[in-house]
Design a protein around this ligand. Structure first.
Ligand code: PGA
Length: 250
């Protein structure tokens, strides 16, 4: 019922040539995978190049961020409309690096999510607790706030275009992954939140993907969990061999 989604978040990595080379390898090597969605999120300057490479393939393109306006006097920003125009299917919003480094809050992230949906783009909404929040028993409150504020004003119908990425901040780029059980438990909690905010059908059909040091050696265990519907992969998405193995989870 929930089609698995494996997304590579390239963050601030790769030149045009490097992006083109990586995506060409992925397109060629992953052409036979039809039972899952594979998404790549390059830097803005590589979107057009990567869009051309994924055109007609099984891969889909994502942007790593957007600004919640259509056009106007917003120097340096990029709108969902332009991301759709360049060939994106998805936009990542609320990544913890943007929350932490750029001070993005839930209300702003919610505006971005709504702007993407209005433009016909799908949203990967990132949530996740810090280590301190987990250790001081604030994890569930934090996730509850991030989910309910992040989805504020998004209708049940619009939820078809939303994927939630649970990324514990302490697991991102650290090499420490949540255990299969920790991740499953949290995903089940998030699914319960969706049931409360929407209804059992939305809870059952919304994809909740895991992120935080996903690697070739831990993807299969994570994907075997009932409530884990995919992965948002940072570091390991930069190497074709690793990302291909992750995309080929069994
Ligand atoms: P990581 O990053 O796989 O390098 O931990 C994941 C993410 O930030 O999406």
């Amino acid at each position: 019922m929930r089609i698995p989604l494996i997304a590579g978040n390239w963050k601030l990595h790769k030149t045009l040539d490097e992006s083109a080379q990586l995506v060409r390898t992925l397109v060629a090597d992953l052409a036979d995978l039809h039972d899952r969605e594979i998404v790549v999120a390059p830097v803005f300057t590589a979107l057009a190049t990567v869009a051309a490479a994924v055109n007609g393939s099984t891969l889909r393109l994502a942007a790593q961020n957007c600004y919640p306006a259509t056009t106007g006097a917003y120097t340096g920003e990029v709108s969902p409309l332009l991301l759709k125009d360049v060939g994106c299917s998805y936009v990542i919003v609320g990544h913890s690096e943007r929350r932490q480094l750029l001070g993005e809050n839930d209300a702003f992230i919610n505006q971005k999510a709504k702007a993407c949906i209005a433009a016909g783009l799908k949203v990967i909404l990132c949530i996740g607790e810090t280590l301190v929040e987990r250790e001081t028993d604030r994890m569930l409150d934090v996730l509850n706030r991030q989910v309910s504020d992040g989805l504020n004003g998004i209708s049940a119908d619009e939820m078809a275009g939303v994927v939630i990425a649970y990324e514990p901040v302490w697991a991102i780029g650290t090499g420490v992954t949540a255990s299969d059980e920790q991740a499953q438990e949290t995903h089940a909690f998030v699914r319960g939140l969706l049931q409360g905010l929407y209804n059992p059908e939305i809870a059952a059909t919304t994809r909740i993907i895991y992120g935080g040091s996903v690697k070739p050696n831990n993807i299969d265990g994570l994907m075997a969990q009932e409530d884990i519907d995919g992965a948002l992969v940072g570091g390991a998405s930069l190497k074709a061999e690793d990302f291909i193995r992750i995309a080929r989870f069994v």
